[in-house]
Design a protein around this ligand. Structure first.
Ligand code: GAP
Length: 514
């Protein structure tokens, strides 16, 4: 399926609901914006992605251990990490529609419109020049396109200045100068740009007045930082070593949209790798390479990933990149890899008054380790897998099928066992096979409807193998195995089903590639 396809995301959303992958949260009350529930197939896929990550990070690296920390943390944590003071979005309201927008997104949407004009010029020219069309030459020489590009870079430059200086009056001026109007009211009647903290807060304590404000963590990383010394001492860890964690994070995103790409409650898989100061940029390069290998081993497409190195970094980082994936909406951030120096540990030392250091026996001295972080959104990874997997195919006989070509190791159900008919002892034989397989594989029994219809149902949830039990099975204990992708069927001895599943659906082969 082609990427950058407006319809693809819509199709994925409705397929996800119809087949039990993702439902809008509390849907009977019309849902809650940007909040989703994972259904019976979604949770299996999500758990398999978690396992792939956990095994690759924790099980396969003897110097990385995992933890699971509380969502609530001491409020000073967020003061130290900078989230109380600096985890803000610039917001602007339209006085007529009363709609609130992220100021930077209004400007980005304006840029996207100009980019749309460039694309139109390119499409027109490609049609006009046919085979002789050279896009690269066209975009660098065509007067109109060059003008549009200059306009974009001057807007980007102004926006960067505004973000760097946090001068929000200039932000409003930029929006006014660009003549940006509210998409709802069409008016340019804007409020000033203000800061809005993205952390959700709640109260701890039952007696009014005694209660103290605490936050739902906006990232899992701080649970790792504050446990650095606990893990280092109890695990007798030596540098370099890593701590990994999978868990929920919460952000009061203003523009939460694009399905599970940007949610208010989401899950992160993060790893902080503690290294000797001075070694961090080597490790940063190593982790960039290792994480890209992890992604590519899934076979979602060699060209579906790219690095986007940050030129302007947060003040505490000395290198940062995003692994971007070609989502249905185009290339967007899937994972961040950041060299965070000793910023977090030092900040926690300062705020807690506790030393968070490492005694280096070779150097015979204590120091605060530097940190390289890898941070991937589990839900975004889920969306990447689904959007690569979703395929509509027209078959040789003219019929159509929707198939999810999910990597077999991640598929929610590994095998479907289907008795050809509901009688003659075939269901019993099918149950016998399920009872033997269910300890090691997620297996589904299905006897309803014609066999073709049952295959389609399994295709739609991405089951890599369907085993059919027919009358010959009763005679010679053989079954047919149908491959989801090729739709080819082969007859094999019943005992061979397990070998096929072990070979083709286990995480082991995937892990061997990385
Ligand atoms: N500890 C570093 C950190 O949290 P981040 O770039 O803010 O860095 C890391 O987030 C990853 O978490 C992102 O690359 C993205 O995959 C995921 N993520 C962030 N905000 C999200 C949201 N609102 N919804 C879904 N995933 C999100």
């Amino acid at each position: 399926m082609a990427k950058n396809d407006d319809n693809l995301l819509k199709k994925i959303v409705s397929h996800s609901k119809e087949y039990g992958f993702i439902f809008p949260s509390s849907e009977i009350y019309d849902g809650l914006a940007a909040t989703y529930d994972y259904g019976q197939n979604g949770v299996e896929l999500k758990n398999n992605i978690k396992q792939y990550w956990w095994k690759a990070m924790v099980q396969m690296n003897e110097n990385i251990v995992g933890i699971d920390t509380a969502i609530f943390m001491h409020p000073t944590t967020w003061k130290a990490s900078g989230h109380v003071d600096a985890f803000n979005d610039p917001l602007i309201d339209n006085k007529d529609s009363k709609k609130r927008y992220r100021a930077d997104v209004l400007v980005e949407d304006h840029i996207a419109k100009i980019e749309g004009k460039i694309n139109k010029e390119v499409t027109k020219a490609a049609k006009r020049f046919g085979d002789a069309f050279n896009e690269e030459e066209f975009v660098s020489t065509n007067g109109r396109v060059v003008g549009y590009k200059e306009k974009i870079s001057s807007i980007e430059k102004r926006m960067q200045e505004v973000v760097d200086t946090q001068n929000y009056d200039d932000f409003k001026k930029l929006i006014e100068d660009l003549d940006i109007s509210c998409p709802v009211s069409g008016s340019k009647n804007w409020t000033d740009v203000r800061q809005f903290n993205l952390m959700f807060s709640t109260e701890l304590g039952s007696v009014a007045g005694d209660a103290s404000t605490i936050y739902l963590r906006p990232e899992t990383a701080q649970g790792i930082f504050v446990n650095y010394l606990n893990v280092q001492k109890s695990g007798r860890m030596k540098l370099p070593f890593g701590i990994a964690q999978i868990g929920k994070a919460f952000r009061n995103e203003i523009i939460a949209r694009q399905f599970i790409f940007r949610m208010r409650e989401f899950e992160q898989m993060e790893m902080q790798f503690f290294v000797k100061p001075g070694d961090e940029l080597d490790w940063y390069e190593k982790w960039k390479e290792k994480r890209m290998k992890w992604h590519k081993a899934l076979g979602l497409g060699e060209n579906s990933y790219r690095f986007h190195d940050h030129l302007n970094m947060a003040h505490y980082a000395n290198a940062a990149t995003d692994i971007e994936y070609d989502f249905p909406m185009g290339f967007k951030e899937l994972e961040g890899i950041h060299s965070r120096t000793d910023f977090d540990l030092t900040a926690h030392e300062n705020h807690s008054g506790k030393k968070l250091q490492f005694f280096d026996p070779q150097e015979n001295k204590n120091y605060v380790p530097y940190v390289v972080e890898t941070s991937i959104g589990l839900d975004r990874m889920f969306l990447a897998v689904l959007s690569a997997a979703y395929n509509e195919e027209t078959l040789e006989d003219g019929s159509e099928r929707i198939v999810l070509n999910i990597p077999p190791a991640l598929a929610p159900t590994k095998v479907a066992v289907l008795p050809l008919t509901k009688k003659d002892g075939l269901p019993e034989k099918a149950r016998e096979l399920i009872d033997e397989l269910k300890f090691d594989f997620t297996a589904q029994y299905d006897e309803k409807d014609a066999i073709g219809k049952r295959y389609r149902r399994q295709d739609a949830i991405g089951t890599p193998y369907s085993v059919t039990i027919d009358h010959q099975t009763l005679e010679d204990n053989t079954v047919t195995i149908r491959d989801r992708d090729s739709m080819e069927q082969v007859r094999v001895a019943m005992e061979e089903v397990r070998t096929t599943l072990e070979k083709s659906t286990s995480l082991t082969e995937l892990l061997r590639k990385i």
